[in-house]
Design a protein around this ligand. Structure first.
Ligand code: BJ8
Length: 426
């Protein structure tokens, strides 16, 4: 697809990246990827595509965004599942996730926000302050959302550095909340149209709904294959597929993930897996794991278990529900989009019973031996909701391990010991 020897430094310089720091970052991520991913045995051949995407994640993909912008296209950066990609695409824009999965420039970050802020927020602010995220620098508009307090206030700080627009998300799911959310979706339509200069039509919105649904359907197929024992793909590889879904070209990604799903279904039919049959099966639930946060999956799988599902925003919450494809008018489609997105079970909602039900249902469907509840340190929402998760999982007869951590590698040894002890007990 591309010549990997291409030198992208001029493009990065034109985007305003800090080149020496960015080179150091790419080296560190490459090493992390090599240690976590390229050491795995018996990976599906379809993972070659995601290896390639990772090798070009700041290269070819950024070049594609650059070419798109030079031809008049607009790129929208997002941090959260609640921003409907369908609307951006229907207006002719492209959506990309922004770098938020690694510890970077915390010294600068802590000058403007408290040290006890969650790693995800500190990370995106660090990437921005250090000028090392080409997705950030390619984004004509960053769309934030009023989910947790930390993000809400961080977007104010980010607004001093970038073009930011914030969506107001209700925190309950009553009728009046749906009405407010529907109105907010209409605001997004106006903002997307104003930014791109294009008008959203029934045809463009319908096409975007189908395109994004197709992407989610491909990820659903990959997830469904993991109900088999042995699992046909590692949790790390499945997590990578979901992480890349936020960045990649939509039709290409869908096509490649359907090819991967075909391969996984063949593996399931012939009983081929990435671990021996009977390996301990784990469901992970909690805060999202933004690229390149592979820390917990790496620890679990290097201890001999396999992660067979993620109840998180870089997992089932991203792909489990689709927007209805039956509407004919823009108004009806916006109703369907509002309904699908308000149905996401983020811990910023109260009550959030849907998430707890999803965790138990997934644990049963995927026939797991145990659940690991993962929270980023200083994330009050998920840490607080942890008690309800634990209670429900135990009531369903399954053991649960609670892990609170951040992006640093300092606690890897200690976490590995806890995970190994948990696996032995299963
Ligand atoms: S829909 S989970 S992506 S808000 S970890 S920044 S909650 S303090 S990421 Fe999230 Fe959207 Fe919800 Fe998903 Fe705050 Fe917690 Fe940090 Fe978090």
């Amino acid at each position: 697809m591309s010549d990997q020897a291409v030198d992208y430094h001029q493009m990065w310089a034109d985007l305003g990246l800090d080149l020496p720091t960015h080179d150091a970052l790419l080296g560190a991520v490459g090493q992390l990827f090599g240690d976590a991913y390229l050491t795995q045995d018996n990976r599906p051949a379809g993972m070659d595509y995601l290896n390639f995407v990772m090798s070009e994640v700041h290269g070819l993909r950024i070049k594609e965004l650059d070419d798109f912008r030079k031809s008049g296209g607009k790129v929208f950066g997002t941090f959260c599942l609640y921003v409907p990609e369908e609307i951006i695409r229907a207006a002719g824009g492209w959506c990309v996730g922004l770098c938020a999965g690694a510890e970077f420039a915390y010294d600068q970050v802590e000058q403007i926000m408290p040290r006890n802020t969650c790693a995800l927020i500190k990370s995106f602010m660090g990437f921005k302050l250090a000028k090392v995220c080409p997705y950030f620098e390619s984004a004509d508009l960053v769309i934030g959302e009023t989910t947790c307090d930390g993000k809400k206030k961080a977007y104010e700080l980010l607004g001093d550095l970038h073009n930011v627009w914030v969506m107001e998300l209700p925190q309950m799911k009553r009728e009046q909340d749906m009405a407010a959310w529907r109105a907010e979706i209409v605001e997004l339509v106006h903002k997307a149209e104003e930014t791109t200069g294009n008008t959203i039509t029934a045809e463009s919105l319908r096409a975007a709904i189908i395109e994004v649904n197709d992407k989610r359907r491909a990820l659903q197929r990959i997830a469904a294959a993991c109900a088999a024992d042995p699992a046909p793909i590692s949790g790390k590889d499945r997590l990578l597929a979901t992480q890349v879904a936020f960045y990649d070209d939509v039709p290409r990604f869908t096509q490649m993930m359907n090819a991967l799903a075909d391969e996984l279904e063949q593996r399931v039919a012939s009983g081929e897996g990435v671990t021996p049959k009977g390996a301990k099966r784990i469901l992970v639930t909690g805060t999202p794991m933004a690229l390149p946060n592979w820390k917990l999956h790496d620890i679990i799988e290097k201890a001999g278990a396999v992660v067979v599902g993620e109840e998180m925003c870089t997992g089932s919450r991203y792909y489990q529900d689709l927007v209805s494809e039956s509407a004919d008018t823009v108004d009806d489609m916006l109703d369907d989009i509002a309904a699908k997105y308000l149905d996401i079970n983020c811990a910023c909602f109260t009550p959030n019973d849907g998430r707890i039900e999803d965790v138990v249902r997934m644990a049963q469907e995927l026939k797991v031996d145990g659940v690991i509840d993962y929270s980023l340190q200083f994330c009050g929402l998920y840490e607080m909701e942890s008690h309800s998760v634990e209670t429900a999982v135990r009531d369903a007869g399954l053991p649960v391990l609670k892990i609170t951590t951040d992006y640093s590698m300092e606690d890897v040894g200690q976490l590995a010991t806890r995970v190994e002890a948990f696996l032995e007990m299963l």
